[in-house]
Design a protein around this ligand. Structure first.
Ligand code: AMP
Ligand code: MN
Ligand code: MN
Length: 344
């Protein structure tokens, strides 16, 4: 167990040394399990698989990657190098020698895989959420990192693993998706410097971007049209900063014959609304359960709203699980926003 670093600061040298020792000290027969958060996004999958390929280069042979819930990877990520490391959660080593967790702020994001943390020899947590609850044994948590892949790249460097095109692809997808394709404020000089190192391996950013952002089935295009048409604008919400929101039901998905993950891209078409600082998409998970995505252009700290409603995330991108009807879920958001914690 490494001593906790003060909130807001990144890993200490002792944390890095402990992480390096945990990997370097593995016997040749060690079983290593990589896990990431439920409904994995580009950062969760890209960091996990890119790092996994790095472990392969180090000679780790017994290596699996998994995530909680149905073993369905969004179509836009199915081509990622290292995807062959993935196994359904039920087939993951029950008692691995080392668990490495990517992009999860808390155990609640790990579903049934929480038992693998308890059953493992050592648990290493790589993350960049300020709200990380430090649920492992060794923590590399850097709230200033734009993506978990920033932390993963640094650990690979300290392990002496050279970047190659396969490793770089996952790390690049992670960096690109968590910075909104290099558009968000998190896009620092350090982010571009890392992107430069990754591109120097020969990966093709145009091709990667087309696959992850600009490809979707026609059914999803029509579904988005329908869901966007029912968007509501509330200019007075969030103390006058404005709220725009919409929702999608399981019936909407069924009518257009689409899987739930296609809705992940929807928030980007909603949050461009000029008249609202806060954007919200409410996605039906089961009868009275909804996965809620929140975004802010900068005036409102939506992570505070999400945390108040049982979720988490970053200041300008957060989420939670809502219960009840759509109107009840949106009313709960409206209420939190009316006392809105304005972002400093
Ligand atoms: P999303 O809107 O799903 O892209 O999520 C945006 C951010 O909110 C991510 O950083 C997630 O880690 C966080 N987040 C989303 N849903 C939840 C949840 N149910 N609990 C905690 N954090 C969440
Ligand atoms: Mn994520
Ligand atoms: Mn992330």
């Amino acid at each position: 167990m490494t001593s906790p670093a003060p909130a807001g600061t990144g890993p200490t040298e002792a944390d890095w040394a402990a992480a390096v020792a945990a990997v370097r000290g593995l016997p040749a027969t060690a079983r290593v399990l990589l896990i990431c958060h439920v409904n994995p996004d580009g950062d969760a999958l890209g960091s996990m698989l890119g790092f996994g390929l790095g472990l392969r280069r180090l000679g780790v042979r017994q290596l699996q990657a998994t995530f909680p819930g149905p073993p369905e990877v969004p179509e836009s990520f199915r081509w990622l190098p290292g995807i062959e490391l993935l196994v359904p959660q039920d087939e993951a080593y029950p008692d691995p020698d080392l668990v490495i967790c990517f992009d999860a702020a808390s155990e609640s994001r790990l579903g049934d895989l929480v038992d693998r943390l308890a059953g493992s020899g050592a648990a290493l947590v790589l993350d960049h959420h300020a709200s990380n609850t430090r649920f492992g044994g060794i923590h590399l948590v850097d709230p200033h990192a734009a993506a978990t892949s920033v932390v993963a790249e640094e650990l690979l460097r300290r392990l002496g693993v050279a970047l190659d095109a396969e490793i770089a692809t996952g790390l690049y997808v992670a960096l690109s998706t968590d910075t909104g394709s290099f558009r968000f404020e998190a896009t620092t000089p350090a982010v571009h410097a890392m992107a430069g190192r990754l591109l120097a391996t020969g990966i093709r950013p145009g091709e990667i971007s087309r696959r992850i952002y600009d490809t979707r089935p026609f059914g999803a295009v029509r579904l988005f049209g329908e869901v966007l048409l029912r968007a509501r604008l509330e200019p007075a919400a969030a103390a006058g900063h404005g709220l725009v929101w919409t929702y999608a039901t399981r019936d909407d998905l069924a009518r257009h014959d689409q899987p739930a993950y296609v809705l992940e891209a929807l928030i980007d078409s909603v949050r461009c609304t000029a008249e609202a600082d806060v954007a919200c998409v409410v996605k039906q998970v089961s009868d009275r359960e909804w996965a809620v995505s929140l975004r802010s252009k900068g005036a409102v700290d939506v992570s505070a709203v999400a945390v108040a409603l049982g979720g988490g995330g970053h200041r300008f991108a957060a989420g939670f699980t809502g219960r009840g009807t759509v109107d009840e879920v949106v009313a709960s958001i409206r209420a939190e926003l009316s006392g809105a914690l304005l972002a400093g």
